[in-house]
Design a protein around this ligand. Sequence first.
Ligand code: ZN
Length: 147
Amino acid sequence: MPTGIYDHSKRRGTHHTIKSILKMSNSHLGKKLSNQTKRKISNTLIGKKPKNLEYLHRINKGKNHGNWKGDNVGYVSLHSWVYRWKGKPNQCNICNAHKKEKRICWSNTNHKYKRILKDWIPLCYRCHQNFDKKNNNYPIKNKNQFS
Ligand SMILES: [Zn+2]
């Protein structure tokens, strides 16, 4: 890279410490912006992610995050992610039970629990349990989840 050019993308969102972020937000306390300025700001920000999003994710991760749920967090949040993209399942893929008869949930076909939507199939609780046992990969720490 030629001199005088600095790759900002590498350090994006990382060059402020938590302390300095708080200082900056405090310095704006009590100051009011005119409606025109507010509109200008909101217009420029439409469709943009916050510059320090990655950084915020990092400091808000895990135990620091308000929604911290303990060991199950990966499992639970992954499931809610599947529901968000695929909606509620209607019918079991194995016994064809309808959601009116049984509770249907999304099941991960290869038990790798990756964020790949086609890896998830709708199964009722019973089929889900049998399916997981058959694959000998029943997650022990979640064994109460389906009983
Ligand atoms: Zn079933």
